[in-house]
Design a protein around this ligand. Structure first.
Ligand SMILES: Cc1cc2nc3c(=O)[nH]c(=O)nc-3n(C[C@H](O)[C@H](O)[C@H](O)COP(=O)(O)OP(=O)(O)OC[C@H]3O[C@@H](n4cnc5c(N)ncnc54)[C@H](O)[C@@H]3O)c2cc1C
Length: 307
């Protein structure tokens, strides 16, 4: 393990000027749950580590019916899981947070860290993608906004420049009659990253009950989390029933080209995509048709679906 200079930033400006000074030789840390593992393994060897935990204003999570959810980069996964408006309006996001590691890790891990770590299996990412999240990035020339689906460029790679910081994620309010859900498949259960993660969202047209909007996002099956566009297309504008859900799930399965690795073969992953896409679509449709389910109701359904 290589020694490094430890620095603490108290403001976003300070963090940016430290990044400008040390460039590629510096690494930001927030909860440090990814950092410590990679540093101990000798994968990350920065000369300067900039801790942003004490930067004021980045740990807040707020909701308004007009603007939706604002999640500061330092909001922990545990705070996301427990936030009443996340549970009520963004159940897929609450389910993703609840499926993440164990409580101790969730208490440290930040949403900003999960996004910037850019793992294809990052649990919060598919759920944020189906809700159309956007990232506020701060740099020396001010702030810029990047849609989350434009943020990732490869495994562990993002559009962030070496002197930039993710400061906030905004998630628009979902339209009325919307249901959503996230299911993570990992054979070991808790404390393991996803072999496959799927988030689905369905919005129904209130009058006719047709599918006004649908988004399906898949984790751990490509170099970055991806949307299943052709599966979505097969449902949009339709009166959705079990047959259409099954064929959309088959289309999602057939559209992915995952890799073999220690957590599962490509063939296994494809099968799992089909199964959990179907389950998330069923639950999203149920919730959209019958009004928002409480998070506890969704969780009960997920547990039943698993057996
Ligand atoms: C035991 C264990 C279990 C885990 N289980 C899961 C799991 O189930 N699901 C899952 O998705 N992940 C899991 N992880 C991975 C990890 O916890 C998450 O990715 C976490 O969200 C990272 O957040 P952090 O604040 O700890 O990031 P850090 O380790 O502090 O940073 C991670 C990376 O993001 C960068 N970064 C952090 N914040 C910012 C910012 N605001 N702006 C720019 N760059 C930034 C850092 O420079 C670094 O490259 C697990 C890790 C461990 C150790």
């Amino acid at each position: 393990m290589k020694r490094f200079e430890y620095l603490e930033a108290r403001t976003v400006r300070q963090a940016i000027s430290m990044l400008q000074r040390y460039g590629e030789n510096a690494r930001i840390v927030a909860g440090s749950t990814d950092f410590l593992v990679r540093w101990r393994a000798g994968v990350w060897n920065p000369e300067h580590v900039i801790n942003i935990q004490r930067v004021a204003g980045l740990g807040r999570i707020t909701y308004s019916s007009r603007n939706g959810l604002r999640i500061g980069a330092l909001v922990t996964v545990r705070a996301l899981e427990q936030h009443p408006m996340v549970r009520r309006r963004y159940p897929a996001l609450a389910a993703a947070a609840a499926s993440f590691a164990g409580v101790q890790v969730r208490n440290l891990a930040t949403v900003g860290g999960n996004i910037c770590n850019a793992s294809p299996s990052g649990d919060t990412i598919p759920a944020l993608l189906v809700f159309g999240a956007e990232c506020r990035i701060a740099g020396p020339d001010g702030d810029r906004w990047v849609a989350l689906d434009q943020f990732f460029t490869g495994p562990g790679r993002t559009v962030l420049r070496s002197d930039e910081l993710l400061v906030e994620v905004r998630v628009p309010p979902p339209p009325p009659n919307t249901g959503s859900h996230y299911i993570k498949h990992s054979p070991r259960g808790a404390m393991d990253i996803a072999t496959v993660g799927v988030a689905s969202l369905i919005s129904l047209d209130g009058r006719r009950g047709l599918c006004a909007e649908v988004r399906i996002s898949l984790g751990a099956v490509a170099p970055t989390p991806v949307r299943a566009y052709s599966a979505e297309e097969s449902l949009r504008g339709q009166s959705i029933g079990q047959e259409l859900i099954q064929s959309a799930a088959d289309s999602a399965r057939d559209g992915v080209k995952p890799i073999d690795d220690i957590r599962g073969s490509a063939k296994h992953r494809k099968e799992i995509v089909g199964v959990i896409t179907r389950r998330t679509l069923e639950q999203a449709l149920n919730a959209a048709a019958s009004g928002p389910m409480t998070f506890e109701e969704q969780r009960r359904l997920t547990v039943q679906a698993a057996f």
